[in-house]
Design a protein around this ligand. Structure first.
Ligand code: ADP
Ligand code: ASP
Ligand code: MG
Length: 450
C-alpha cells in the first residue's frame, strides 16, 4: 500500500491512513511519500542554500512536530521514544545538508530526507493505536537503485533479496513495516531517487520484491481518471484499465502514477488499484492484465508538455539506416529520453524535453563524417496521448480526432500511430494543448464543466 504526500500531509490525514491500513486484511507493507510540500521545500533548499540553516531546520521540525503532537500523547513514553528517533533523523538531515555539495548524489541525499519523517510518524501512530509497526528507511529495507542522480531505477533482483531478509520476517511477526518511498540506495549505500513522484514506483518495486498479490496506490483523487481533473473538471473515474493503457498514460504525463510504476508489477501480473485515501469507501480504479472491452472510443487523455522537436535533414536518410542508428546512439550516450521518432525520406525527427535540446544539439554537432544538411528545432510543443478501445482499430477514428484538433485551431506537428497498441499519440503546440484536450474530452467522454 502506498500513500502519497497529501494522504500523509497532516495529523488528520495520517489518522485516515492508519485506519485504512489496519482495516485492510492480510499482511501489508506500507510505502509513504514525504508530507505534502516537504520535498519541494528540500528542493528549494538545494537550489538556494540558506545562510541560516538552523532557522530552516527549525521550521521543518516545527511543521512535523505540530502534527505529531496531534497523533500521540505528548509526554507519553511513546512520544519520548518517537522524539528521540525524530531528532536523530533531524541531525542526520543536517549532516547531509552540510555535506559535500560537489558530490553528484548530493541532491538525492537532501531531497530524499522527507520520507524518513513521514514514515516515522505513521509507524508511531500505528503503535499508539496498539498495533505492531516499524519504520524502515529504504536502506533498512534493502531497496537498491542504479543509474544517474535523480533518475535511478530499482535493481529488482537485489531488492528482492534485501526485502526477503529485512521485511518478510517482520510480516510473520505481525509487524506492519512503513517504508520510505522515492529512493533506493546506490552501490555506495547512498540515496538515489527515482525522479519526482517516485514513491509510486518504489511501491511497485516493493510489491514485485515481496510477490504481493495486490498493489494499492492511495492518493487524493477517486482513481485513474479520463484526464487530469485540474485541467478538465468534468474528468470521470475509470473503473478498469489494462497495464498497457495505464503505462502509456503515466509515461505521457498522467501524474497520478509515476511514469515507471507499471513495469515492476506487470512483469509479475500483480494487479494495481488507484484509490482515494480521503474516500476509502470508493472502489477506485483496477489496473490489471486483461479488462472487459468497453467499446468506448476514447477512455483517457494525458499530455506531456515542454517538449521540442529536433528535425535532422539529410539526403535520402531513409536509405541509410546506419546513419539513423548513429544519430540515435549519439543521443543515447547522454541518456536523453526520446519520446517519439518519426522519419521521412530525407528527415528524421526526435521529440525530446525542452531542457535536453542543448545537450542533444551538442552531441549531434559532434557527429563526424555525417552529411547532415540541416538541423531544425521547434520548441514548446506538447504530446497528447489518447487511449481508447476503438481508437486504433475503427476506420476513420483518427481522422475524427484530428478533425477535432483542427477545430481547436491546432496544427498537428508530429504523429505516432501504430507504435503503441493502445494509444494514439500526436504533438501540438504548447499554447493549444489545453484546448485540444478539452475539445477531445467534451466530444468523446463528456462535457467538462469549465
Ligand atoms: P500523490 O501525492 O498521492 O502521489 P500526485 O499529486 O502525485 O499525488 O498525483 C495525484 C494527482 O494527479 C491528482 O490530484 C490529479 O491532479 C493528477 N492527475 C493527473 N492526471 C490524472 C489522471 N488521469 N487521473 C487522476 N489524477 C490525475
Ligand atoms: N516526495 C517525492 C516527491 O515529491 C516522491 C513522491 O511524492 O512520490 O517527488
Ligand atoms: Mg505522486
Amino acid at each position: 500500500m502506498k500513500f502519497g504526500g497529501t494522504s500523509v500531509g497532516s495529523a488528520e490525514a495520517l489518522k485516515r491512513v492508519a485506519n485504512i491500513v489496519v482495516n485492510t486484511e492480510g499482511d501489508k507493507v506500507v510505502v509513504v511519500s514525504a508530507m505534502s510540500g516537504v520535498t519541494n521545500f528540500l528542493v528549494a533548499l538545494v537550489d538556494e542554500p540558506s545562510s541560516d540553516i538552523s532557522v530552516v531546520l527549525e521550521s521543518f521540525r516545527h511543521k512535523h512536530l505540530a502534527e505529531a503532537r496531534q497523533i500521540m500523547d505528548e509526554g507519553s513514553p511513546l512520544y519520548e521514544e518517537f522524539l528521540a528517533e525524530f531528532d536523530r533523523r533531524m541531525k542526520a538531515m543536517e549532516d547531509s545538508i552540510n555535506s559535500d555539495r560537489s558530490n553528484p548524489y548530493y541532491r538525492d541525499l537532501v531531497v530524499s530526507q522527507g520520507e524518513r519523517f513521514s514514515s516515522l510518524m505513521l509507524s508511531f501512530l500505528l503503535k499508539s493505536m496498539g498495533h505492531k509497526s516499524t519504520a524502515l528507511t529504504s536502506e533498512d529495507a534493502g531497496i537498491y537503485a542504479v543509474g544517474n542522480p535523480m533518475s535511478g531505477s530499482a535493481d529488482l533482483s537485489r531488492t528482492s533479496l534485501g526485502m526477503t531478509l529485512n521485511v518478510k520476517p517482520l510480516l510473520s511477526e505481525g509487524i506492519i513495516p512503513i517504508i520510505t518511498g522515492f529512493y533506493g540506495m546506490n552501490d555506495d549505500g547512498a540515496p538515489l531517487t527515482f525522479g519526482r513522484g517516485g514513491s509510486d514506483y518504489s511501491a511497485a518495486v516493493v510489491a514485485n520484491a515481496i510477490d504481493a498479490n495486490m498493489l494499492e496506490i492511495w492518493t487524493d483523487v477517486d482513481g485513474f481518471m479520463s484526464s487530469d481533473p485540474r485541467i478538465i473538471p468534468g474528468a470521470v473515474k475509470i473503473d478498469e484499465m489494462n497495464f498497457g493503457e495505464a503505462a502509456e498514460l503515466a509515461y505521457f504525463g498522467a501524474k497520478v502514477l509515476h511514469p515507471r510504476t507499471i513495469e515492476p508489477v506487470r512483469v509479475k501480473h500483480i494487479p494495481l488499484k488507484v484509490r482515494n485515501s480521503f474516500k476509502p469507501e470508493e472502489p477506485g480504479t483496477l489496473i490489471h492484465h486483461l479488462r472487459k472491452p468497453k467499446g468506448d472510443l476514447l477512455r483517457s487523455v494525458a499530455t506531456k508538455t515542454d517538449l521540442s522537436i529536433i528535425t535532422i535533414s539529410s539526403a535520402e536518410i531513409a536509405y541509410r539506416p546506419a546513419m539513423v542508428a548513429k544519430i540515435v546512439e549519439k543521443i543515447a550516450e547522454i541518456d536523453v529520453i526520446i519520446y517519439s521518432i518519426s522519419t521521412s525520406l530525407s528527415t528524421v525527427a526526435f521529440l525530446v524535453h525542452n531542457t535536453d535540446v542543448k545537450d542533444t544539439l551538442r552531441q549531434l554537432n559532434g557527429l563526424s563524417g555525417a552529411d547532415i544538411e540541416r538541423i531544425d528545432v521547434k520548441n514548446n510543443v506538447a504530446l497528447v496521448c489518447a487511449v481508447g478501445d476503438n481508437l486504433l482499430s475503427k476506420c476513420g477514428v483518427s481522422g475524427d480526432i484530428f478533425g477535432a484538433v483542427k477545430e481547436a485551431g491546432a496544427n498537428v506537428e508530429m504523429i505516432s500511430e501504430g507504435a503503441s497498441e493502445v494509444s494514439l499519440n500526436f504533438v501540438v503546440p504548447m499554447g493549444k494543448v489545453v484546448d485540444v484536450v478539452r475539445l477531445l474530452h467534451d466530444r468523446y467522454i463528456g462535457v467538462s464543466q469549465r
